[in-house]
Write a protein that binds this ligand. Structure first.
Ligand SMILES: Nc1ncnc2c1ncn2[C@@H]1O[C@H](COP(=O)(O)OP(=O)(O)OP(=O)(O)O)[C@@H](O)[C@H]1O
Ligand SMILES: [Mg+2]
Length: 270
C-alpha cells in the first residue's frame, strides 16, 4: 500500500495548476469474461471537484467508474486485467486493500438505482448501520437528515416506513444518493443520476451535486453534454474503451485538442 500517484497529471494543460488528486488511474486495462472494454486508461480525479465522463453508449463509461471502487469484480469473470487505481496514493487493488472499505470510501450510484426490499428509512441506513453504532432514535434522525440533503424528507415525511419499491424512479435515484451519503464516503461515483428526472428535479440534483462537491470528490457519467458543461470542473471524453481527451471543462468545450472531442460535443459521433 505504499505506491504513490504516478505523474499522469500531465494529461492536463501545462498552464493549469491542478488541485490535489483524490483518485488516479494508471495504465488500466479491464473488461468482462468475454472481452476487454477499457484500454490503457490514465485519468486523474481531483479532490472536491466534479469530473464528468462523456462518450457514446457502450464506450465503457459505466465500466470505468465501476473499476474506481472495485464493484466491477462483483460481476463473475469481470475485473481489472492490469494497471492501478490509486486512492490518496494507495493502490485500491493492492492485495492488502479491503474491497469493502474501498466501497464505503468510494460510493456509487448505479445507472439503474437499486433499492432493497425494505422501508425507505432502512434503505438509507443500509451500510451506515453496519459502520456505526446508533440508537433507534439516532438511526431515524440520521436517515431523515440524509433524506433532507437530497430533498426527500419533506416529500416523504409520512411515508418513511413504507417499502422503498413504491417510490418513483427519480425518488429511488435520490434515495440511493441519500444511502451513499449516509455511508460517509470521500468520493461519489454517479452513473447518469438524472436519467429518470424531469427538468426541474434535474436542476435540483445539479445544484445538490455542486454543493456536495464542497465536501466530496464527484465523478459523474452523463449523456447530457449541456449538464457536463454546467456542473463539472473537469471533463473526460471516451470512445471505444479509451480516453480521447481530458481537461478542464471550459477547455474541452471551448478549445478541444482532438478532432474526435469536437465531433462528439457537436453531436457528430455517438
Ligand atoms: N456484464 C457485462 N458482461 C459483458 N459485457 C458487458 C457487461 N456490461 C457491459 N458490457 C459491455 O462492455 C462494453 C462497455 O459497457 P458500459 O456499460 O461500460 O458502456 P457505457 O459507456 O456505460 O454505455 P451506456 O452509455 O449505454 O450506459 C459494452 O460493449 C457492453 O456491452
Ligand atoms: Mg453506462
Amino acid at each position: 500500500m505504499d505506491k504513490k500517484i504516478s505523474s499522469s497529471d500531465k494529461v492536463f494543460s501545462a498552464s493549469h495548476v491542478a488541485p490535489s488528486p483524490a483518485l488516479s488511474l494508471n495504465k488500466l486495462n479491464a473488461g468482462y469474461k468475454e472481452r476487454q472494454v477499457l484500454f490503457n486508461i490514465n485519468a486523474v480525479f481531483y479532490k472536491n471537484k466534479i469530473t464528468s465522463i462523456l462518450g457514446p453508449s457502450g464506450c465503457g463509461k459505466s465500466t470505468l467508474i465501476s473499476v474506481c471502487n472495485r464493484t466491477l469484480e462483483l460481476i463473475p469473470g469481470a475485473g481489472v486485467i492490469s494497471g492501478n487505481v490509486f486512492l490518496n496514493g494507495n493502490d485500491i487493488y493492492d492485495t492488502a486493500a479491503s474491497a469493502q472499505l474501498i466501497r464505503k470510501k468510494i460510493g456509487i450510484i448505479f445507472q439503474h438505482p437499486i433499492t432493497f426490499p425494505a422501508s425507505i428509512v432502512e434503505n438509507v441506513l443500509f451500510g451506515a448501520v453496519y459502520h456505526q453504532k446508533l440508537t433507534r432514535q439516532e438511526r431515524l434522525d440520521y436517515a431523515r437528515h440524509h433524506l433532507g440533503i437530497v430533498g426527500l424528507e419533506t416529500e416523504l415525511i409520512n411515508r418513511l416506513h413504507e417499502p422503498a419499491h413504491k417510490l418513483s424512479g427519480g425518488q429511488r435515484q435520490r434515495l440511493c444518493l441519500a444511502r451513499t451519503l449516509a455511508n460517509q464516503p470521500e468520493i461519489i461515483l454517479m452513473d447518469e443520476p438524472c436519467s429518470a428526472l424531469d427538468p426541474s428535479a434535474m436542476r435540483h440534483i445539479e445544484e445538490l451535486i455542486k454543493t456536495l462537491s464542497k465536501t466530496y470528490t464527484i465523478i459523474i457519467v452523463t449523456h447530457n453534454i449541456a449538464q457536463a458543461r454546467r456542473i463539472s470542473d473537469y471533463t473526460i471524453v471516451m470512445t471505444n474503451g479509451r480516453i480521447i481527451e481530458q481537461d478542464q471543462t471550459t477547455k474541452i468545450f471551448e478549445k478541444p485538442k482532438r478532432k474526435q472531442t469536437h465531433e462528439f460535443i457537436e453531436g457528430l459521433i455517438g
